[in-house]
Design a protein around this ligand. Structure first.
Ligand code: SF4
Ligand code: SF4
Length: 295
């Protein structure tokens, strides 16, 4: 019998077996090799099936079409435009333009693709690990869910936004202690840190939107971006805010290349689909890293 869970998970696994990045890289090479002036026209040409070592893509142009806004970054290669990021290799030397664009496109494609895959692997399951604070047996005092500023209104919780909180992060030692009590010992709240907003889940608490009976999220369609992307993460690039550059009032963000896919071992789906995740990373020419996060 095909259950909702097995059907959703098998769709996620099928996507893992047909990653977008290998065919996006073909587009990068074709765009450079052909006289095409737009990536759009390269996609128009890709009507025949493409076969890689381990996957067949029946209509690559069509499969890639939703990613066109990201793929258009390749056009900087012919327009001699300056790339709007600083991309360094692991020796902290500047990457060349081809590699810099390739990495940024890869990071953006995999971010988008994994959002779908993670939802399909996790969506119908009854696991709530991402939505609860640490249990009393765990070493951690709290879990943090980063939020965008426009996501804090999703939560009817007190907002702690002081000059002191905005100068610290949740991981600063000694911890932020309003009224001389470490923040994570206070009731659940939203905090504005120097790294941005987050909801703090203290020990033995749960996100207010978790339905403990069903294990589901009651604001599933509106849930924050962070909640859409666990527990397989793109890690081609790591932000390096200390190396950001100010160019005439515009911040040029800096990154260091990591070329990895990070999967959190605590997640039951990561354990169940370890082999498929490792193969997905290898097909994308990235190193799979499995890491335990909680405990
Ligand atoms: S908003 Fe929803 S998905 Fe996010 S932590 Fe809360 S219950 Fe979980
Ligand atoms: S740990 Fe994995 S299966 Fe559990 S809620 Fe998070 S993403 Fe879903």
């Amino acid at each position: 019998m095909v259950t909702e869970k097995s059907s959703s998970a098998s769709q996620g696994v099928d996507l893992l077996k047909h990653p977008i990045l290998p065919i996006a890289r073909i587009v990068q090479f074709l765009y450079l090799a052909l006289p095409s002036t737009s990536v759009d026209s390269v996609l128009d040409e890709l009507t025949e099936p493409v076969e890689t070592v381990s996957a067949v893509y029946p209509a690559p142009g069509e499969i890639l079409r939703p990613y066109l806004p990201i793929l258009k970054n390749f056009e900087m290669l012919k327009k001699a435009e300056k790339v709007p990021w600083i991309i360094l290799n692991e020796q902290y030397e500047q990457e060349d333009v081809f590699e810099a664009i390739s990495l940024m496109v890869g990071q953006q494609i995999i971010t988008r693709e994994l959002e779908t895959i993670n939802s399909q692997l996790c969506g119908p399951c009854r696991c709530d690990l991402c939505c609860v604070g640490p249990s009393n047996e765990m070493q951690q005092d709290f879990f943090e869910i980063p939020l965008a500023a426009d996501e804090i209104n999703l939560f009817d919780l007190p907002c702690i936004d002081t000059a002191e909180s905005r100068n610290l992060s949740a991981l600063t030692e000694p911890p932020f202690s309003p009224d001389n009590i470490p923040f994570y010992k206070n009731p659940q709240a939203l905090y504005h840190w120097k790294t941005g907003w987050s909801i703090i889940l203290p020990k033995e608490t749960a996100c207010p939107h978790l339905d403990r009976t069903s294990g589901g999220c009651v604001i599933y369609d509106q849930r924050p971006v962070t909640c859409r992307r666990p527990q397989i993460f793109p890690y081609l690039l790591e932000p390096l805010p200390d190396r950001n550059r100010d160019e005439n009032g515009t911040v040029v963000p800096a990154y260091v290349a990591r070329k990895k896919i990070l999967a959190i071992w605590d997640c039951p789906h990561v354990q169940e689909f370890k082999q498929e995740i490792a193969e997905y990373a290898e097909m994308c020419e990235l190193e799979p890293v499995f890491k335990k996060n909680k405990g």
